[in-house]
Each structure stands twice: as C-alpha cells, then as structure tokens.
Design a protein around this ligand. Sequence first.
Ligand code: ADE
Length: 291
Amino acid sequence: MATKIVKSVFRSNLFLGNIAIITGGGTGIGKSIAKELSVLGCKVVIASRKPRVLEECARVLNSELCEELVFPFPCNIRKEDEVKNLMHYTVSKFGKLDFLINNGGGQFISPFSEINTKGWNAVVDTNLNGTYYCLREAYHAWMGKNGGSIVNIVVSNFNGMPGMSHSAAARAGIINLTQTLALEWAENGIRINAIAPGCIYSESAAANYQNYPNLFKDVVNLIPLKRTGTVEEVSALVCFLLSPAASFITGDILKIDGAQSLHRHSFYEPKDHTNSKPFTWQGVPFQPSKL
Ligand code: ADE
C-alpha cells in the first residue's frame, strides 16, 4: 500500500529539538506540562524553589521516558539574579530557548481587610514580579533575537475574586502584560498567550488548601461541567498554544474552567445589610418617576 501523504500538526515528536522552561515545574500543573512536553520530544528545564522536589520529578519523568529530557534547576522567581541564571543555564546548555511557561505562583485565602503589607507584597512579588523577571530575561537571553512562544498561567477570576484579592490583582496585571507584549513582541517572532484555569485538582493544590478540606468537593456545585479539572487537561491546552497548531494565536486569554466563570466562580454571598442608600437632594429622596 502507498505511504500516506496527508499530515497532521498533531503528531508524535511534535516538539523534538525544542527547549522549554517551566517555572513551578516540579509539582501539579507544572509537572504535568513537563511530562506532556517531554513525551512529545521537548527538552524541559523545570524550575522552582525546591531542589529536592525538582530532582525527584526529573528522576521519575526521565525514567518513564527512558531518556534524559527533564532537567531540574532551582530558582526563586522573586530573585532577579536567580532568574538570569536560569535563562543563562538553559541557553548555554541547550543553545536556545523556544518555550517559556510561567506557571510559578501562589496565594493564600484571606479577606482583603486582613492582608498585611508583607502578605500582599509576597503574593504580588511571586505572581506578577516573578513573571516580569522571567519574561524580561527570556527576551534578553534568547527570544528577543530568535522568537519563541510563551504561555502565562493565571487564574480564572475575571469578575473579582473575594478572598484572593492580592492574587487576583497580580493575575490581572499578568493578563494585561500578556496583551501588551503580544503587540510589542510580535515583530520579534514571539507569541504570548495566557490561560486561566479554574478549579484544577492536584495533590499539591489540595495540600496548599488543606485548611479547606471540602474545597474541591464543594466547588463542584459551582461548575457547570460538574467536576474539577485535571492537570492533564491544562497541560494539553498549554501544548496546543505552544505548538504550530496555534501559530496565529497571540495575546489571547483562554479560560479552562468548565464554564465556572460564566456561572458563578466564587462561594461569595453578599451579606444582608442596610448600608447602601440611594442619593438624596437637599435631604429629600428622589422618587422613582411614575411611568
Ligand atoms: N512557585 C511558587 N512560588 C515560586 C517561586 N517563588 N519561585 C519559583 N517557583 C515558584
């Protein structure tokens, strides 16, 4: 029989010869992205603050792959110098940097009125400034001259996020940065998109919210698809955006939340109160006009 001449952009070894950096790469969504990219042939540098977690992640993935494709590199994205080192390590070891996945981030649950300056700055520093350092250094180390594809991972929190104001403010900054850089860096051959996951279950996410043991069970009531998402579903979307299949997509923000944000994305309920009054004129309330 003749060999097929039809081709698909979706094929094995899709990312053979490509080099990626994933921040927050040793656990949860980051680990799953590392797995998906490396199964498709990509060499992946996973970065986070926890060397032992990174080493174990790389060991497990490389042994499953029967090949060394995953490389741990300790880096606190809050520190400019460490981010510079991450980029220089990658470009000098592999000769290039095709993909950057800004996945490192985090937050704690608290009403805005109880967040102090230290807590606020820590969350903004990791999420927004950490992403800024990674974008800037990836640009200078490689992508500015050679192009590349970037995915920023934020959170689906588009109508405000009671209990997570610091994170929501930082993530909104990243979304606007994504759009701005899609414009500024189009001429450099860089595509940059963001994805906004809703509630995605992973062991590391569950550990992070261990003070809220029913969170992942209760949230299902808010999700039209009636389940939480999986890390594999998120990594498939990241791979799509990095791939040539998305070569005309840049500056976009894709929600992956089972339609939760279209329905109701937080547990917040307005409390009963009488603290809101319509305005008056010379002490006299305006009456609704009679139709
Ligand atoms: N993931 C969460 N916080 C991080 C940090 N400060 N640096 C790298 N990865 C992270």
